[in-house]
Design a binder for this molecule. Structure first.
Ligand code: BGC
Ligand code: ZN
Length: 360
């Protein structure tokens, strides 16, 4: 069967014949891959920019892919909640031995002793078939979601970060006079899939959202913004006060953008860091440190998400499909066959938001 593999430490990905999954263990499920998504992490792996990438123990190569959607082909004797024909989203991160990992919160792992499918220590989902443990599979109850369900994995990251925000925002007690978030403003930097999903989650929770990116070659960001009800700007047409918001979300990883946000965010404001960085620097001055203190600024980073966030992500996808019939379809801008994905894994073509690979 076909699989897309990388050799950690080297640039490039290849499609090649790889081993079929072995005989099913009692708690395992045999899966047929339907779709996988491509994200910045995959491109970071393929271009050898991420220090933490490693193959499974005793292997040189790693099967890529952590955004998956698959169909159940066969179940082991002890599997109780899944049947052939069911559609599932596999979880990325698998627990190590720390306290957070032992309660299903490996997204908050304390010692780094976890593995991540397609990223570190565990083969991923860019292959025709794979076997996985039932406990790491999220059932997609509404199969009519089709390929939109492949957005569950990236969205679970956003759902978690949003939950961290609402938890931390309680430090200021009541938010708006009518008990909603309707008086709060949010700025999102970077309109890749993650920035887009952040804009969507804040907008549908009543925040006033403004988002920006350097360009929008195919007009997709503007189109989605119009449907969902947030404002979108390209950098050259951005209002001067774009950084002056209650909440700032960075999905660029650009230290200069983060620096402007730290300076610009309102009193009692939040700066949420999600985009990992491919370099650059920003000089932190004493004046800015004082300002962050004086303004009660909350800065936090957030990575990954737990099973509950995958489930909530699926609910958002169902809700959004009904609320904005075209927005999610527009967000998936490109679809490749496995062979066609190889060159696109190295470099992101202009105008792409989410690229997916269709396996079946
Ligand atoms: C994945 C996360 C993962 C992270 C690692 C992201 O692309 O969605 O689940 O923890 O990469 O940096
Ligand atoms: Zn990803």
């Amino acid at each position: 069967m076909k699989g897309i593999v990388v050799t950690p430490g080297k640039v490039g990905a290849v499609i090649k014949d790889i081993e079929e999954p072995g005989p099913l263990k009692p708690h395992q499920v045999l899966l047929k891959t339907l779709y996988t998504g491509i994200c910045g992490t995959d491109r970071g792996i393929v271009t050898n920019m991420l220090g933490f990438v490693r193959p499974p123990p005793d292997a040189q190569e790693l099967v890529l892919g952590h955004e998956g959607l698959a169909e159940v082909l066969e179940v082991g004797d002890e599997v109780s909640g899944l049947r052939p024909g069911d559609m599932v989203v596999p979880m990325v991160r698998r627990p190590g031995g720390c306290l957070q990992c032992s309660i299903g919160r490996q997204d908050n792992c304390e010692d780094g002793d976890f593995v991540e499918a397609g990223i570190r220590g565990l083969n991923g989902f860019m292959r025709e078939r794979f076997a996985d443990e039932e406990q790491y599979l999220i059932k997609v109850e509404d199969k009519s979601l089709g390929r939109l369900a492949v957005l569950t994995e990236p969205l679970k990251n956003v759902v978690k970060a949003y939950e961290v925000y609402t938890t931390l925002a309680k430090r200021f007690g009541v938010l708006c006079k009518d008990s909603t978030y309707g008086c709060k403003s949010v700025t999102v930097a970077g309109m890749g899939p993650i920035g887009m999903l952040f804009a969507m989650i804040f907008a549908t929770n009543e925040f006033n959202v403004r988002a920006f990116d350097i360009h929008d070659t195919r007009g997709t960001a503007a189109g989605i913004a119009k449907q969902v009800g947030f404002e979108f700007f390209t950098v050259d047409g951005m209002p001067e006060d774009i950084m002056k918001s209650d909440v700032f979300v960075d999905a660029t990883g650009n230290p200069g953008v983060v620096g402007s946000a730290l300076n610009g965010v309102k009193r009692n404001g939040f700066v949420i860091l999600f985009g990992t960085s491919s370099g650059g620097e920003y000089k932190l001055t004493g004046e800015l440190v004082t300002q962050l203190v004086e303004k009660n600024t909350t800065v936090f980073g957030s990575v990954d998400g737990a099973k509950e966030h995958y489930l909530e992500a699926l609910n958002y996808i169902s809700m959004w499909r009904d609320m904005f019939p075209h927005a999610l379809d527009m967000l998936i801008t490109d679809e490749d066959k496995p062979e066609g994905a190889i060159t696109n894994l190295i470099k992101k073509p202009q105008g792409e938001i989410k690229r997916v690979i269709r396996w079946g």
